[in-house]
Design a protein. Structure first.
Length: 208
């Protein structure tokens, strides 16, 4: 597994994972502080635009904890995106998603290992999948799809987790393929901050 720190749209993004066929890795972008919460968005990245997302599963926290997770939905605290309907709720809610949206258009269901989806923590080995397989979720030209949004108590240290992706190569194929990677949300560890500082320093030297 490799880890790197890059900058996306002026925001620090943590990229982590190991390539597996067309699946590349997961990346995390900070959306900033929204409504008093630190919001992060997790993306699954591929290298083929016609790849089709099937599911994400075997979520396993490997460092940190999920105690600082906050929800803002009608269900009183659920990872299910179908309970987030209004833009002001979705902006700083925590939810998983298959196609980057929340509400009725998310095409996302929680697998049985996720339970009801309530609570701050994603259960060990939990997953989610495309609830409407008749409408394939194609990666598209951007080669990246948001699969999770996390709203944290400001300053929470966050966590690192492993996650498996299930996908197929196109709408005309049926064989399921799998990719493995990890992601990190929350305040980067001191070593990560140092790496980000070095990246900025190197960038300044190149422009000199």
């Amino acid at each position: 597994m490799t880890k790197a720190f890059v900058f996306v749209g002026g925001l620090a993004a943590i990229v982590a994972g190991s390539a597996s066929a067309d699946f590349v890795n997961y990346s995390v972008v900070s959306a900033g502080n929204i409504g008093g919460r630190d919001v992060y968005r997790v993306y699954a990245n591929f290298n083929e635009a016609d790849d089709v997302l099937l599911n994400f599963f075997n979520h396993s926290t490997t460092a940190g904890g999920q105690t600082g997770v906050l929800h803002n939905d009608f269900a009183g605290g659920s990872w299910n995106p179908n309970f987030t309907f209004l833009p002001d709720q979705a902006a700083n809610d925590s939810y998983v998603t298959m196609n980057g949206t929340s509400g009725a258009t998310a095409s996302t269901a929680l697998d049985p290992s996720f339970g009801s989806g309530a609570g701050s923590a994603i259960p060990h080995n939990a997953g989610w999948y495309n609830s409407n397989p008749g409408t394939p979720i194609v990666v598209g030209a951007g080669l990246s799809v948001m699969i999770m949004q996390v709203a944290l108590t400001t300053g929470d240290a966050g966590w690192t987790a492993d996650l498996t992706s299930g996908w197929k190569e196109s709408t005309s194929t049926s064989q399921a393929l799998f990719g493995y990677g990890s992601y990190s949300v929350g305040v980067p560890a001191p070593g990560a901050l140092a790496l980000m500082g070095l990246a900025g320093f190197a960038g300044r030297r190149r422009r000199a």
